[in-house]
Design a protein around this ligand. Structure first.
Ligand code: GDP
Ligand code: IMO
Ligand code: MG
Length: 443
């Protein structure tokens, strides 16, 4: 993969180093960092793109000329000819939604056949998972998580409880029917207990058997496939979904998703050992966004109003307005540690083009008092009490969306990008100044 890098201290773009690698790309904030766009850009240089966790709670946007695509389950490499996309064992798949996504892409002229592979070990999201997601959120009232209501939490819950159904079951109709009957009984009792509506097992069977017919040709042992591909020196890009602070272990629990969104999740969710990974790229927005509930220390309504006024920062999956805030370097530095981030891609730099002054959070103080913390507290309640300690930088007040070379960016924009990369403890490799493929600056 061509990541253009430079010798420390000798200035940017001195020479370009071509790195042959298995690379993990992760979100270093709260999701929606622009992972889809960066994956699409980098896919030009790799052979295979793998999703390893999450489900159709993800919404990854790719803009190719005047066409915009939002991918939920299918890896963001699908638009590139000759690339193979793999949905790994760690993903939870709603088969009906996946069929819709495949058909939607095909209708738009995108090839989806032998270039898509699905793990037989991937778990299924079932209609009762969606119902449980919805009803549990409603029961939580003001303490709700603000989930995407795609059934993700209950599906991973069944996986961990060893009561889940998998792709391997779905493509074997007799096995599926028998297992489904038992699962419907148990989940209908649960739904009834929670005051919800029961699920019609006959309809679920019919819908899922129909989806299975479409999906069966894609289903294989993806672990074997990926290891053979590595033996054949193919290059693999692992596409993270969600972001570090939505990770079930490292995020702002309980306001998180139900998978490991950090780099370790790419290994367990694909069957590739950590020692086969050559590089980790972290993606950050030049500011911070979050959709759903939970602490967001640098949240700033005025910034949100400005970005929403520009028609930006509405969720790609649910359409909800994203909460917005200043860049939080306490969070991204922690994300670099947890993920082992080597290289940093900064997106949406152009979103700050109109600002005279830009703030960067470099520390937190609980209740605005006491010593400055340089690590986010693990407890979500404590994090919610954290007040940011800011450093201020001058804005560049110049449009950047048409700039293609790093040296052509305004000096103040370069200083901002370099400062947030340094504070995040990672090397700056990519700066994105617009949603389009071409609006990407490689250092
Ligand atoms: P993902 O979930 O991480 O793939 O990110 P989303 O697609 O949910 O949200 C990122 C949004 O920012 C999408 O609308 C992208 O098209 C858009 N985007 C990505 N990079 C840039 C950029 O550099 N500038 C602008 N203006 N938009 C960007
Ligand atoms: P991408 O891959 C941003 C958030 C939801 C909610 C929490 C739990 O596009 O970055 P879930 O439905 O997963 O149980 O919801 O996680 N969330 C995301 N936020 N981007 C995403 O994915 C997200 N996927 C889930 O809003 O707060
Ligand atoms: Mg998204």
């Amino acid at each position: 993969m061509a990541i253009f890098t430079h010798l420390a201290g000798l200035g940017p773009a001195l020479f370009a180093l071509k790195i042959m690698s298995n690379t993990i790309l992760v979100g270093s904030q709260w999701g929606d960092e622009g992972k889809g766009k960066i994956i699409d850009v980098l896919t030009g240089d790799v052979d295979i793109v793998v999703r390893s966790q999450g489900g159709n709670n993800a919404g990854h946007t790719i803009v190719d000329g005047d066409k915009k695509y939002v991918l939920h389950l299918i890896p963001s490499g699908i638009l590139r000819k000759g690339k193979v996309c793999v949905i790994g064992n760690g993903v939870v798949i709603d088969p009906v939604a996946l069929v819709e996504e495949i058909q939607g892409l095909k209708k738009r002229g995108v090839k989806v056949d032998k270039n898509l592979l699905i793990s037989e070990n991937a778990h299924l999201v079932m209609p009762y998972h969606r119902s449980l997601d919805e009803i549990r959120e409603a029961l939580k009232g003001k303490n709700k998580i603000g989930t995407t209501k795609r059934g993700i939490g209950p599906a991973y819950g069944d996986k961990v409880a060893r009561t889940g159904l998998r792709m391997a079951d779905l493509i074997r109709p007799d096995v599926f029917k028998e297992k489904l009957d038992r699962r419907i009984k148990e989940n209908n009792a649960l739904l009834k207990g929670l005051g919800g509506k029961s699920i019609n097992g006959t309809k679920v069977l019919a819908d899922y058997v129909k989806a299975a017919k479409v999906l069966k040709p894609f289903v294989i042992n993806t672990v074997s496939y990926l290891h053979k591909a590595m033996e054949a020196k193919k290059e693999i890009l692992f596409e993270g979904a969600q972001g570090t602070f939505l990770d079930i272990d490292h995020g702002t629990y309980p306001f998180v998703t139900s998978s490991n969104t950090t780099s370790g999740g790419a290994c367990t969710g694909s069957g590739i050992a950590p020692n086969r990974i050559d590089m980790v790229i972290g993606v950050v927005k030049a500011y911070t966004t979050r959709v759903g509930e939970g602490p967001l220390p640098t949240e700033e309504e005025v910034l949100g109003d400005m970005l929403h006024g520009m028609g930006r920062e509405f969720g790609a999956t649910t359409g909800r307005a994203r909460r917005c805030g200043w860049f939080d370097a306490v969070a991204t530095r922690y994300a670099s540690l947890v993920n082992g981030v080597d290289e940093l891609a900064i997106t949406n730099l152009d979103g700050l083009d109109g600002l005279e002054e830009i703030l960067i959070c470099t520390g937190y103080r609980i209740d605005g008092k006491g010593k400055v913390l340089d690590t986010p507290p693990s407890d979500a309640g404590e994090l919610a009490r954290c007040k940011p300690v800011y450093t201020s930088m001058p804005g560049w007040l110049t449009p950047t969306d048409k700039i293609r070379k790093y040296k052509d960016l305004p000096g103040k924009a370069r200083r901002y990008a370099e400062t947030i990369a340094k504070l995040s403890g990672a090397k700056l490799s990519i700066v994105s100044v617009g949603p389009g493929r071409e609006q990407t600056i490689h250092l």
